[in-house]
Each structure stands twice: as C-alpha cells, then as structure tokens.
Design a protein around this ligand. Structure first.
Ligand code: 13P
Length: 250
C-alpha cells in the first residue's frame, strides 16, 4: 500500500511573518494526522525558518530547485549539499515553470535529479503536457519523453528513491483541474512506463497530481488508484486549504 504524500510548493511567495503564521496553522491542523506524509517546499531564504519551525513535526521541508553542480563559480545557484545542511528532505525538479521560464531542458532536469539522489535528497520530478500538446493528442509522448531521461539516465534504484509529480501545465494556477479520469489515465501510464524498467519500483512509486488541487476536488482526485498525493501551489499558501487537502489524503 502506498502512503499518500501532500507537498506544498510555495513558489516565490511569502515573507518571515506570513510564513510563520502559515506554518503555525499547518502544524496545528496536521499534527494529529498519522496516515499520510506531508511536506512544504519553500524559497531558499526560508529554509532555516522551515527547519526551526518544523523539526520534530510530521511535516518535512525542502526546496523548489537545485543546481546540478556540486560547488563552484555558479552565481545565484544553490547546491544539493547546502539543502542537506538545512535538513531538507525534498527538492522539486523539472517544474514546468523552471522548464518554461528558466529554459531547463530534460537533460538538465535529469542531471539535477541524479545530483539530488546522490546527496540523499528525495527529488519530486515533475512532468506534464501543455494545453496545445493535450489538444493535439500527444500527452503520452510528451510525458514519456520527460520520464525517459530519468529512466534511462539514473536507473531503477534511483527512481525508487524519488517521487514523480504529474502536473498538466494547463491546470497550473489556472483553476482548471484535470478530471480524476484524465489524471488517473496519465498516472497509470507513468506507472506502466516505470514498470518497463522495474515492476516492483513502479508498484511502490508515489505519483502526485499537481494543478489547481483544492479542498473541493482533492478527495476525488486522491481516490484514484494511481494518484498517491498532491503537489499543491496556490492552496498551500492558505493554512486551512492546505490542511483540508492533507486531511483528504488520510
Ligand atoms: P497550483 O496548485 O497553484 O495550480 O500549482 C500547482 C503547482 O505548480 C505545484 O507545483
């Protein structure tokens, strides 16, 4: 039985005061929940705040990106070892915003994935199609291509230490959610592709859905057999909404 996982992706939102109130709200709402795993991926400057407020709780923390390089003259970049210094568990890799706005290729995402695994972090590797790709019927080809770089590059044992997130680009921040059936179909496809590499790894792999997941639609999405949790953007910035989704994952 795969344990559900709900992770907030705060993106570039927050400040010390707002984060404090948000984390206090989430901590008190999630404290009693025992049957799923929870996490928040915060902007780099707030990792220390997340660490000090969340350590010892049932909420893990992490970052939204990482450099593929170990160290060096890479102005503005943050290394995996630095995330480990702040006890991060998760790092989001290959988010569609990184791919589209920061020109991250499949190959860069695969290298980052490898770097994260080697540092002992759990990558949350994002895949998903644009609206134009869905409408032209190539969703599976696009997702397969995004997945293949890690399947070919890192092998089954590394994939076993990761989480995959299916985030249809057209559903991110738009209020348009994939229907449970649409999401389930792609999740099943992802699992089937991973099973070509290793059936046991595929069976245990957690595949999260992301894209306008809210308290009102979380339960039916999370009830799908291959949806093992959520990667939550907007709703993770409002304590009651994030907690309600965490409850739905119980
Ligand atoms: P929204 O929940 O705001 O649509 O964002 C989803 C997302 O991009 C999570 O990584």
């Amino acid at each position: 039985m795969r344990r559900k996982l709900v992770v907030g992706n705060w993106k570039m939102y927050g400040n010390l005061a707002r984060n404090k109130a948000l984390l206090e709200g989430v901590l008190s709402g999630v404290r009693e929940l025992r049957n799923a795993d929870y996490g928040v991926c915060v902007p780099y400057p707030y990792l220390a705040q997340a660490q000090s407020m969340l350590q010892g709780s049932n909420i893990a923390w992490g970052a939204q990106n990482v450099s593929q390089n170990e160290q060096g003259a890479f102005t503005g970049a943050v290394a995996a070892g630095m995330l480990v210094d702040f006890d991060c568990r998760y790092v989001i890799i290959g988010h569609s915003e990184r791919r589209a706005l920061f020109h991250e290729s499949n190959d860069i995402a695969a290298t980052k994935f490898d770097t994260a695994i080697k540092a002992g972090l759990t990558p949350i590797f994002c895949v998903g199609e644009t609206l134009a790709e869905r409408e032209s019927g190539v969703t599976e080809q696009v997702v397969a291509r995004q997945l293949e770089v890690i399947l070919n590059h890192v092998g089954a044992q590394a994939v076993a230490k990761s989480v995959i997130a299916y985030e249809p680009v057209w559903a991110i921040g738009t209020g348009k959610t994939a229907t449970p059936e649409q999401a389930q179909a792609v999740h099943a496809f992802i699992r089937q592709r991973v099973s070509q590499l290793d059936a046991v790894v595929a069976q245990d792999l957690r595949i999260l859905y992301g894209g306008s997941m809210k308290p009102g639609n979380a339960a039916e999405l999370l009830a799908q057999p291959d949806i093992d949790g959520g990667l939550i953007g907007g709703a993770s910035l409002v304590a009651e909404e994030f907690v309600a989704i965490c409850r739905a994952a119980q």
